[in-house]
Design a protein around this ligand. Structure first.
Ligand SMILES: Cc1cc2nc3c(=O)[nH]c(=O)nc-3n(C[C@H](O)[C@H](O)[C@H](O)COP(=O)(O)O)c2cc1C
Length: 191
């Protein structure tokens, strides 16, 4: 006689995080680390650095720089990509756009192609990067990324931490966990 089958989710999802700010004390990096801390074991999140990528130049494709090869390999090996970035001049920071450009070339080897994606923008002000968020999403359409259809703007960063400047306030922890759950479900459905 067959017993009840319990379906356990055994797959761990590998998620590459791209942070659109190189600043040492970046709010976006700080929030990225909070997402990593709060993520369930089923979401294995890693920040993939983009600051040392050579500026995109198609002439280099004949013998691609090591920085491009390593970066492309890391994105290729991930199941999904998490973009978290400030808005610069109402658009996407150059360093993040460069990373997207490097990832998408040559088109036949586009490592972003059809991967699930999430886009969040964070800033110290209340504006929280709405225009930058849209600009990032626009840059992902060519790659047919499965972008989580959710608006994630994280503003007034200083108010999200307790007086020690390190501990996220409870409400924000709940909000970040909710986002992670939405993204995990979305990525499973769209991979
Ligand atoms: C070049 C530049 C352009 C910026 N443009 C905007 C902008 O368009 N909208 C906005 O809300 N903040 C803008 N800011 C402020 C950033 O949102 C703010 O510095 C933010 O904290 C940067 O993110 P980070 O803390 O992760 O480095 C700009 C900052 C820089 C350096």
């Amino acid at each position: 006689m067959e017993g009840n089958t319990i379906h356990k989710k055994i797959k761990t999802m590998k998620i590459a995080i791209l942070v659109g700010s190189l600043r040492k004390d970046s709010y976006n990096r700080k929030i990225a680390k909070e997402f990593m801390r709060l993520a369930p074991n089923s979401m294995q999140m890693e920040i993939v650095e983009i600051g040392d990528l050579n500026l995109y130049n198609a002439d280099l494709e004949e013998n691609p720089p090591q920085s491009w090869k390593t970066f492309r390999e890391k994105i290729k090996n991930s199941d999904a990509v998490f973009f978290i970035s400030p808005e610069y001049n109402r658009s996407i920071p150059g360093v993040l756009k460069n990373a997207i450009d490097v990832a998408t070339r040559p088109p036949k080897d586009n490592v972003l192609m059809k991967k699930p994606a999430i886009v969040a923008t964070a800033s110290g002000s209340g504006i929280s990067g709405v225009a930058g968020n849209m600009a990032i999403k626009q840059s992902l359409i060519f790659s047919k990324m499965r972008i989580l259809p959710m608006e994630i703007y994280i503003g007034n960063m200083l108010s999200l931490f307790e007086d020690d400047g390190k501990t996220l306030v409870e409400d924000t922890q709940v909000f970040l966990k909710h986002i992670l759950k939405e993204f995990e479900d979305w990525a499973e459905k769209t991979s």
